[in-house]
Design a protein. Sequence first.
Length: 282
Amino acid sequence: MKKIALINDLSGFGKCSLTAAIPVISVMGIQACPLPTAVLTAQTGFENYYCDDFTERMDRFTEQWKQMGVSFDGISSGYMEGAQQIEKVRHFLDVFQTKDNLYLLDPVMGDHGKPYAMYSEQMLSGMKELMNRADVLIPNLTELCLLADMEYEEMVSHCNEPDYVKKVEDVCRVLMQKSPKNQTIIVTGILRKKDGKEYIANLAVSADESYYIENPYTGKGFSGTGDLFAAVIIGSLVKGLSQTQALKKASYFLQDAIEEASAQNVQEVHGVYFEKYLSRLL
Ligand code: PXL
């Protein structure tokens, strides 16, 4: 059975990170092997939460798994508590990354132009280094701007322009040129305005192709959608699907889950109705 190591936090509420990734990977017929970066009562968007930081325990997972002699078809890393955890992920990659497996980096640092509470300059420089080791990089537009040293506000000021997506693609290509790997970058959460209507788009860029997919924007930013998206992408790629097929699958899975949560007036911090749509990933 194929296996994916999931380096991410476990949040009791918010349907994000491991709570989102494990069911997705399991329903896709792949074994999910979680390495928790932190255990939280709820994701950090809630007014109050308790967080148990796992930084000092992460190496124990790496060392034990090394002793067990296990290997992974995919490695995915997401939310980290701070820059020190990037070191732990780098060590994990030193032990488990091979030329045959796939490393997906979701450089969780912020959203909607604002950095998350755990963000720091040190974290950004660590993410830039991890980026060089990633086969697939899945930033949202905020994170793409951070990684490319660009102003988010300047970038989104072009969202009405017909060549806006091309602008985002150009930023991806500049980043890809800096990487020693043949990379795919998938940018999520690209808000666009066309004929007075708002759309939310994802764009996949690789050396020889690019693929763009958009849906009407509900006006809401639900917790965990990026994590669900990233899980479908790595699950699909590990199963041998193409980048375009993976993107279509993730979009088809998430679109109705988001619309339903929106129609039911679910609070954004609680995440989307993804459980109902897991069968779309079978
Ligand atoms: O979905 C990103 C994420 C993951 N984990 C935790 C978070 C967030 C975003 O706020 O707080 C704990």
